[in-house]
Design a protein around this ligand. Structure first.
Ligand SMILES: [Zn+2]
Length: 286
């Protein structure tokens, strides 16, 4: 068995959802809430990637989360508790049904509004489209995602066995791309710029990173499934992630004008990675 962390890459899909706030309201809200480095003259909401939104939401995460020991890369929950399963190779995958689909059971907290539920389900739809993954409301399944509006946007990496929390705080995490990003973590994928080969494709500007956050830019020992590096992955940090003063923290090496990260949808490569990791047949049925 390949003893590499099977976490993969990603990009985020963000819908700015059906929020009714005006651009002026949003800009004011952003300006008042963003940490250093997210000043609105550098990042305007329409340019924010899903990871920007997650970093912002988690920067203001105030509540202690009893079940989580720490967070890796800002939104991957780590625990030293009884359930700590190390996510090696394919050991943290969701099981595949005989019909060829990978069914991921979930429970959605009753605290969510109908709009919140629509946004979260749009995030699920984006993963289901073009892949063999199917999210199904839990009935009796032992292993399932317990989706709750806890503090911040975060998930465990891969399937842990039994109930596992996936937090999407409302309203901060209510972008469908943010939901999609966290579901990708739960499927076993890490951030794209964490790939073991990322230094061939991007330059991390360590001096520009907000103090105390350099660890969020470490590499994982990933199994890249023979897929190319994907600047457009829903799992890629934006260029200004954790910026100290608003200067870039990640710059693409090969194509200086390529957009890094995204907010609206899984990339074609993200879908390919899901299908490769789970050995899914590519068929018209998807
Ligand atoms: Zn993430």
């Amino acid at each position: 068995m390949d003893v590499t962390v099977t976490s993969l890459l990603c990009v985020m899909v963000l819908y700015i959802c059906d929020t009714s706030a005006t651009p002026a309201q949003l800009n004011s809200w952003i300006h008042n809430r963003l940490p250093r480095g997210y000043s609105d003259d550098r990042i305007i909401r329409s340019d924010m990637t899903a990871t920007d939104q997650i970093i912002e939401a988690n920067e203001f995460r105030t509540a202690q989360i009893p079940e989580v020991t720490s967070f890796r890369d800002g939104d991957i929950a780590v625990t030293t508790g009884g359930h700590s399963k190390v996510c090696f190779a394919r050991s943290c995958q969701w099981s595949k049904s005989v019909d060829g689909h990978v069914y991921v059971a979930y429970r959605l907290s009753s605290d969510y509004s109908s709009l919140d539920q629509r946004i979260i389900k749009t995030g699920m739809d984006q993963i289901e489209s073009g892949t063999c993954v199917r999210f199904v409301p839990r009935t009796h399944e032992r292993d399932y995602l317990d989706i709750q509006p806890q503090s911040g946007c975060w998930s465990y990496l891969g399937q842990r066995g039994g109930r596992q929390t996936l937090s999407l705080q409302s309203p901060d995490c209510m972008w469908s791309g943010v939901a999609t990003h966290e579901f990708m973590h739960a499927l076993g994928f890490v951030h794209e710029q964490s790939r073991v080969d990322r230094d061939q494709y991007v330059t991390v500007i360590w001096d520009n990173i907000l103090k105390g956050h350099a660890k969020s830019f470490e590499k994982f020992k990933t199994n890249n499934l023979d897929t190319p590096y994907d600047y457009e992955s829903i799992m890629h940090f934006g260029m200004y992630a954790y910026s100290e003063e608003g200067d870039p923290t990640i710059i693409p090496k090969r194509n200086k004008i390529v957009k890094v990260g995204q907010r609206t949808s899984l990339s074609a490569l993200d879908k390919m990675k899901i299908n490769k990791l789970y050995n899914c047949e590519i068929s018209e049925d998807y």
